[in-house]
Design a binder for this molecule. Structure first.
Ligand SMILES: [Mg+2]
Length: 249
């Protein structure tokens, strides 16, 4: 069931100058790319000694990582803590001593981020959307909470860097979505205004609430209706990126 009170609204180039897209799981297929990178970590680091099988490793990692990202997005923990802790906790739970877990975690983190950033899969419809926006002469920007070590490489690996005129990473300015300061920073950097900006993002609580609070227009990309949180009523909801083409004419 979708919640879509303003689904009929469309925008044109007369209304909007800048279309800002979230990167992970809006354009770049983080979910599937990460799933594959985690298997590489498992095999390269010999984690079969500690975990039953590769899927059990991946699911344990994902649950812990999800919990830590919610804390990171809210500013409760640092990036450095997250990067260590998402591996350390599950290694300790799998029987490693804390000392060994602390030694191994940075190595796993390096392997994971390196393999992840080399992946190139995009979300279905992403290239069509980017081409459409470029053909319609919209300016396109990235606004992402991802780490600078990997976000640029992900875009290079998937050959999409050239679409983006401006890239705003939370890592570069020290605050995460949904903090309105990152949205205000993006608008200032692009020399535009909040009401002439629109975000397309898959996370209602970071991308969408943040953008709305900053006075932006918002399209919430609810993949297959699977979002954990409801789409805010001020946003337009889509379940496939194809739908964004008709909304941005
Ligand atoms: Mg995302």
């Amino acid at each position: 069931m979708t919640h879509n009170p303003i689904s009929q609204k469309t925008f044109t180039r007369d209304d909007i100058d800048w279309v800002w897209v979230d990167l992970d799981d809006t354009i770049w297929d983080f979910k599937n790319n990460s799933w594959d990178a985690l298997a590489m970590v498992y095999h390269e680091a010999g984690l079969d000694k500690a975990f039953n099988d590769v899927d059990s490793w991946r699911n344990i990692y994902l649950e812990n990582n999800h919990r830590l990202w919610a804390l990171y997005n809210s500013g409760a923990i640092t990036k450095e803590f997250l990067m260590m802790e998402r591996f350390r906790v599950i290694l300790v739970n799998a029987g490693y001593s804390d000392t060994d877990a602390r030694k191994l975690s940075p190595k796993l983190s390096d392997i994971y981020l390196d393999r992840l950033a080399a992946m190139s899969r995009l979300v279905p419809g992403a290239l069509q959307l980017l081409n459409h926006l470029r053909d319609k002469d919209y300016h396109i920007g990235i606004i992402s909470n991802g780490f600078y070590e990997v976000q640029y490489r992900k875009m290079q690996s998937s050959n999409i860097t050239h679409y983006f005129e401006t890239i705003v990473l939370s890592d570069d300015i020290g605050v995460n979505k949904p903090d309105v300061r990152i949205f205000n920073h993006a608008v200032a950097k692009a020399q535009t205004t909040s009401n002439r900006s629109i975000i397309i993002g898959d996370n209602p609580t970071t991308d969408i609430i943040g953008a709305i609070n900053a006075g932006w227009n918002a399209i919430c990309f609810n993949h297959n209706g699977c979002n954990e949180s409801p789409t805010p009523t001020q946003a337009i909801e889509i379940t496939h990126l194809d739908e964004a083409l008709a909304l941005l004419q």
